[in-house]
Design a protein around this ligand. Sequence first.
Ligand code: MFK
Length: 543
Amino acid sequence: MSFLQDGPQIGNQYAEDDMLRRWLRWRLPEQVRGNISEGLFGLGARVVGDLAQAALDAEAQPPVLNHYDPWGRRVDEIVMADGWQTLHDAAANEGIVATAYERKEGEYSRAHQFARLYLFHPSSALYSCPLAMTDGAARVIAELGDEHLRQRTLQRLTSRNPQEFWTSGQWMTEKAGGSDVSQTETVATRDGDGYLLSGAKWFSSAATADVALTLARAADREGLGLYYLETRKADGTFNGIQIDRLKDKLGTRAMPTAELTLSNTRAQLIGKHGDGVRNIAGMLNITRLYNSVCAVASMRRGLALARDYACRRTAFGRPLMEHVLHRDTLGNLEAHFQSAFHLVFHLGLLLGREETGSASDDDRLLLRLLTPVAKLYTAKLAVASASEILECFGGNGYIEDTGLPKLLRDAQVLPIWEGTTNVLSLDVHRVLQHERAKTLYLDDVQRRIAGEDVRFSAERKRIYEAVAAIRVLPHDREADARELALGLGRVYAASLLFEHANDMRHSRAAAAALELAMRRALVGLMAHDSSIVAADVLARGSA
Ligand code: MFK
């Protein structure tokens, strides 16, 4: 019989994840860990069991849009796989959104929720996308919704009961503006105590959602307003919504993204006219954090698969894992992953503090600054990591039915949706104009690496040097915004890796992650050279 190669196999994704368990031990009080570890273990088993099967089913049967029923009635029905429904039910009963709103673990509730989302995402066929928007909508409604909306909707968006659990869309993008949403053309016309919306939405992810938040322009008012709508009326028919087409996307194929036309869609204004962008930003900040959690989750899943494969696959007489160069590649990927993990989970702590009233003004400003930093930093890493992971499998990594190419296709959306790298860099730039933002950031980094300990003194010195470089860098030049934002991500991640290695004295993995990350992933912590004139010449292709 000729040679047959086994594919990669992974076990309980909580039990096998040293990074996650070490971080929880490091940051969470013992009692909180005691409360949550059994649930995480259970979810860790499901994501390689029934949820993995559901995700496979959803991926194998992508959504289909039927415009008409057999008798010619326009129905615009999106047919979803059974697996998609299973993932909906699991998202509810595993409390992927609810955990953050029940707040059973006080200020650690978001960290707990991040851990759950992180386990869930790689086996969710991107059900994490509707959950991101659902969580974002819940946050906005909790903060800005009136009593009626909070009573009617918030409870459903945060329910653990699958029959009751609603998901939300975030319909921002129109043909005229993906990044520049001020170009929104949808019109809101007053009708009784509500509004009727008419216009076209060009990228509406999770098109099967129950509700959506969207932007529109009231005829007689300046600026945009934020509107809440339910996609169906009480009789089950669409609320003035026509589904024109499903997008044919590079990845995220199990998740329906649609082009929609709104014709007198009944909606309710949230907040004031003119505050639409500012108000929807609260949702964006949550979905950007989801994006970051999902980025690190996908990096970790890729690594788990590649690591297992490296122990099974033999080449030149030895398992791949016994080849020094392959170990170097995997170690490098792990160092990148850990730097991203630290940044993102730290934001789970800050967000948890913010939502339970225990955050200081400094915590809030740092969270505001680091949210776009984490999104842009982790999304880029996730794409590079997925590409390297595929290569770890050789030709098999390029073959669809191994399930591996999906890792790369799905990762590629992470730097695009919820704001591209440049748009997020401009958001970082916007926050840095706040007089205290940069000083606060630098003081926080310095605090994490303070001390006289000789351990890691070379790493400490390099982080100090990066801090000094950032301190003198002008923060008001738009052309520098991207390099600066990426640098802020690297330096902050380095400071967390440092603190972690320093605190977890007996962890060889923590020390090795710091050492390797500083040599590779975080090299040129604040490599900065403003060469906008040269970039201008090359960008335009001038002779
Ligand atoms: C795996 C899970 C992943 C999740 C899946 C989600 C799938 C969803 C698919 C999509 O819908 S993708 C849609 C993505 N679109 C975007 O992300 C929009 C990108 N554009 C931006 O982010 C722009 O920066 C933005 C539209 C928010 C602002 O542009 P503008 O029109 O120039 O507004 P401006 O004047 O800068 O800001 C208006 C106000 O909002 C200001 O406040 P003030 O009026 O008080 O000064 C800003 O400070 C505030 N603001 C803007 N961004 C903010 C913010 N406040 C807090 N946080 C922010 N992020």
